[in-house]
Design a protein. Structure first.
Length: 181
């Protein structure tokens, strides 16, 4: 009798240790693994600043600088995972996803100058010669481009995320129900 009790205890302990993950845990793990595919839109902006100073006796001073800025839009993966659930209605399973509005991901801007500024005179610097803040002018240009393009990037991020979760739900034999906050 003791051997039978010991055997049952071992079986119960083993079954508890090797218990399969719940479907929602599997889905969350899948979302974490494919976080890079989860609607992170990279938008690249190019801003060119040029300045021409007219000289009377010698050639004009020309200054051209090009900067590239990258910004990323999408969802915080932790926010998305927090609001995943599985619902069952009339024998059918649904993957419910509650998504916050997509936004520019904090700390993701990357900006740098492309090459060196093109100048006709190595000594000419618009900041020194005319008091022009070149960085500020380029930042303003990038922000203006962002104001026009960001809504499109956010809409694309939202659409790609919807497609991602519909595909993920089908993989687990469910239908996706996506709620946007």
């Amino acid at each position: 009798m003791q051997i039978c009790g010991l055997f049952i205890a071992i079986v119960l302990i083993t079954a508890g240790c090797f218990q399969e993950k719940s479907p929602i845990d599997n889905i969350r793990a899948e979302v974490r693994q494919s976080a890079a595919q989860l609607a992170v839109m990279e938008v690249v902006y190019i801003a060119i600043y040029h300045n021409i100073k007219t000289n009377w006796l010698v050639s004009d001073d020309i200054y051209i600088r090009t900067d590239r800025a990258r910004r990323y839009y999408g969802y915080s993966i932790d926010e998305v995972i927090k609001h995943l659930s599985i619902e069952e209605k009339e024998g059918k399973k649904y993957l419910r996803v509650i998504l916050p509005p997509p936004s520019r991901l904090p700390g993701t801007e990357d900006r740098k100058m492309i090459g060196k500024p093109l100048v006709t005179d190595e000594d000419y610097d618009p900041a020194k010669a005319e008091g022009v803040d070149v960085d500020e002018r380029i930042s303003n240009e990038i922000n203006e481009q962002d104001r026009l393009i960001a809504p499109l990037a956010l809409e694309k991020a939202r659409e790609m995320t919807r497609l991602y979760f519909e595909t993920l739900a089908r993989k687990f034999d469910m239908e996706a129900v996506i709620d946007y906050r």
